[in-house]
Design a protein. Structure first.
Length: 454
């Protein structure tokens, strides 16, 4: 409440449910119900903490960009800290700033462009497996295959010539779908593999242009010191997990969405059929495949892997007129912002054309935040987008994937937003429009909405 002089004369708190969110409840569903009942901001008890849950871009921008230094990572990050140590995703304050500066060169435009070949190689192998399945009229587990392809791309970019050595050790990323305590224990133990590779490189005086090599060579701007071994492991393990989960989940959803929307698939084919079969995309082509980019953006909107961001207020603050006491947890629901019915027409529908040339001029930027916004946005965003575009251009140019399950997919909203069950799909070989007629689905094809609405 404001006085005539512009000062706040009383503390106003958001409405919210009296009953706490039970640990046994599905948090995403519970949040959706509360947004419908209480509006864009509500106060609740979640997992024993006093929480403000928000679903507006204005509030998100305040917390993530305008007043970001007042908000450190929330309690939910503790689970990730146990898994990854004090890496870039977890660290705070001056230490985080130093680490971000040291790691940033590995993710600049020219550095990422050098990794196009490893992403392409992983997709060439996947394409051949799926084409063989198409010839034999066999189905494939698209979720698992995509996960393995992305893991190969990420591990190859990070470890370079040491990929074949580390690959079997990190198979847990693709072989184990659960993300529980057992997974965390086993994955955390793999830090020893990173240490071993780094030690061997130092022993043999090997300098590599891969991500690990760049981290080993990085120097703190102020002290000139290299990254301590323990922190080198933390940052590498963080990049492996973050780089794998986000991209694999998004590509998984893209193939499902394309299978349900033939009109989108047709427009994608028209764009890709103008590209010679021998021409493989690289970083310089990110702006060339405009419709491919719209498909990726729309999939990220509907199914953001980082569906929920949590922050904790260090000092008292305000969100609009609502008082935020120091210590309050703030849950920023990326999922609900990106499906907000007042921000998006047909919010739950798959419509890539909404990301046309005028998108940025028409919208407040934080209406889309799949990689977060502000100083702590995802450092690997460009690499992830390159992975997704190369994959989609290479595979969709030659194949389509059919999905015939009648039951809509279920969401699993844990650390990342994933499909609860794998997508088993049927590859079909298609040809360029410049060759013979592409196989098309008949009128019986279902053009379902994306499902999973808020």
């Amino acid at each position: 409440m404001m006085s005539e002089t512009g000062t706040r004369t009383a503390h106003l708190y958001p409405p919210g449910p009296d009953e706490p969110c039970s640990p046994t409840q599905d948090l995403l569903s519970w949040m959706s119900k509360c947004f419908k009942r209480y509006g864009n901001i509500y106060r609740a008890s979640v997992y024993g903490s006093d929480v403000y849950v928000i679903s507006t871009p204005e509030y998100a921008e305040h917390v993530l960009r305008k007043n970001w230094q007042n908000y450190k990572k929330g309690l939910a990050i503790k689970r990730i800290a146990w898994l990854l140590g004090n890496g870039l995703m977890v660290s705070e304050g001056e230490f985080w700033k130093h680490q971000r500066r040291m790691i940033q060169p590995a993710f600049r435009h020219n550095a990422i462009g050098a990794f196009s070949h490893v992403i392409t190689a992983a997709n060439v192998a996947l394409l051949e497996r799926w084409k063989q399945a198409a010839r034999e009229k066999k189905s494939v587990n698209a979720t698992r295959d995509i996960s393995r392809m992305v893991a190969e791309s990420v591990l190859s970019a990070i470890f370079g010539a040491d990929y074949e050595y580390v690959r079997p050790h990190f198979s847990i990323l693709t072989d184990e779908s659960a993300r529980n305590l057992e997974f965390a224990k086993e994955f955390r133990s793999l830090g020893e593999i990173v240490s071993r590779v780094a030690a061997e490189r130092r022993k043999k005086n090997i300098r590599s242009a891969d991500v690990l090599g760049m981290l080993m060579e990085a120097r703190d701007r102020d002290s000139g010191q290299i990254m301590p071994d323990r922190q080198l492991v933390n940052e590498t393990m963080t990049l492996i997990v973050a780089g794998h989960e986000t991209t694999a989940s998004t590509l998984n959803w893209i193939w499902y969405l394309l299978s349900q929307h033939p009109e989108v698939e047709e427009k994608l084919w028209r764009e890709l059929d103008n590209v010679p079969a021998s021409e493989l995309p690289d970083l310089n082509d990110l702006g060339r495949f405009s419709y491919t980019r719209r498909i990726i953006e729309e999939a990220l909107r509907l199914y953001p892997p980082g569906w929920l961001m949590t922050r904790r207020a260090l000092k008292d603050d305000y969100l609009g007129d609502y008082f935020v006491p120091a210590g309050t947890e703030v849950y920023i629901s990326t999922y609900h912002i990106q499906r907000h019915r007042k921000l998006w027409e047909a919010a739950d529908s798959f419509r890539p054309d909404r990301f046309g040339p005028d998108f940025l001029q028409e919208r407040h930027p934080p209406t889309m935040l799949p990689f977060s916004v502000g100083p702590r946005n995802c450092i690997g965003e460009i690499f992830a987008r390159l992975e997704m575009q190369i994959h989609l251009v290479m595979i969709a140019r030659q194949l389509r994937l059919g999905y015939d399950e009648e039951k809509p997919p279920e969401l699993e909203a844990a650390v990342n937003l994933r499909s609860k069950h794998d997508f088993v799909m049927t590859p079909e070989i298609r040809a360029s429009a410049n060759g013979y007629e592409t196989r098309r689905r008949g009128p019986e094809t279902r053009a379902m909405s994306s499902g999973g609405g808020a």
